[in-house]
Design a protein around this ligand. Structure first.
Ligand code: HPA
Length: 255
């Protein structure tokens, strides 16, 4: 099996990879169970790219029930070493309004009760039972992040550089008080899927970075503090950002 240049995990509103050609479908079972759906592997320009929809192609898996370990292990099994994670998010601070693409450099984990490490269950797969205390000071791969930032410049795609992603439990959206707290904590973005995925990727030894698609102002964060967030708004804004997203992913693999 030939190697994969880049694996892309799609978030809410991104259930397929635009411009992927000669697509093969892989149904993979991992030691952690089944991933959210089939992995589609195809050609993007001259590169081999894998795509997996985090919530399933019909969006049937909520954020707290995603088998993050199986998703990453399936991509790794197919030969991926670099993972670009698309995360649909709410924006908290002013640089991160709806339809913005962003490449955060930090995160805070507010999730709970999720399987968040490989060191759980039988067998502790990668380590033969050894407890893993991976360094996570810089949660995203420096090399892959820089490659994404450089690709955005080359492709002329606007990408906000840096920012802190707050990972919340969901599936409900946050209260205004919760968002105010995240802002005080230093979060710029809020989403439900950034963790444990990033931590597990580090434990698996994958290069992993987040490409956030801002779908809405987080609760109380926008110009209209009483605004109600609807799924339709989220999907519309992700759709509006998707051309830039496709250009950017194309430029990442071009290099
Ligand atoms: N909060 C959490 N997750 C999200 C949001 C939000 O406002 N928008 C899209 N995903």
């Amino acid at each position: 099996m030939s190697d994969i240049d880049l694996a892309v995990i799609g978030g809410t509103g991104v259930y397929a990879l635009a411009r992927l050609e000669e697509v093969e479908t892989h149904v993979v079972e991992t030691r952690y169970g089944a991933p959210s759906g089939p992995v589609r592997v195809g050609r993007l320009g001259a590169s081999r790219v894998a795509f997996l929809a985090r919530h399933g192609e019909g969006h049937s898996v909520p954020p707290h029930l995603v088998n993050y370990r199986a998703n990453l292990a399936a991509l790794q099994h197919l030969g991926a070493t670099r993972v670009l994670a698309l995360n649909t998010v709410g924006g908290i601070t002013e640089r991160f309004g709806p339809r913005v693409l962003a490449c955060p450099d930090q995160l805070i984990d507010y999730t709970w009760g999720r399987v968040s490490t490989l060191c759980e269950g039988e067998p502790w797969a990668v380590s033969g039972g050894e407890v893993l205390h991976v360094d996570f000071g810089e949660p995203y791969s420096r090399g892959l992040r820089q490659a994404v930032l450089a690709a955005a410049r080359r492709a002329g795609v606007d990408l906000v550089e840096g920012g802190c992603y707050g990972a919340t439990q969901g599936p409900r959206l946050e209260t205004r008080a919760e968002i105010a707290r995240l802002r005080r904590d230093g979060c710029d973005l809020v989403g439900m899927t950034g963790m444990p995925e990033a931590g597990l990727a580090r434990e698996l030894g994958l290069e992993y970075t987040c490409l956030a698609v801002v779908a809405n102002w987080a609760a109380g964060a926008g110009p209209d503090p009483d605004e109600v967030i609807t799924l339709q708004d989220v999907l519309d804004n992700v759709a509006a950002a998707s051309a830039g997203l496709a250009d950017l992913i194309g430029a990442v693999v071009e290099n």
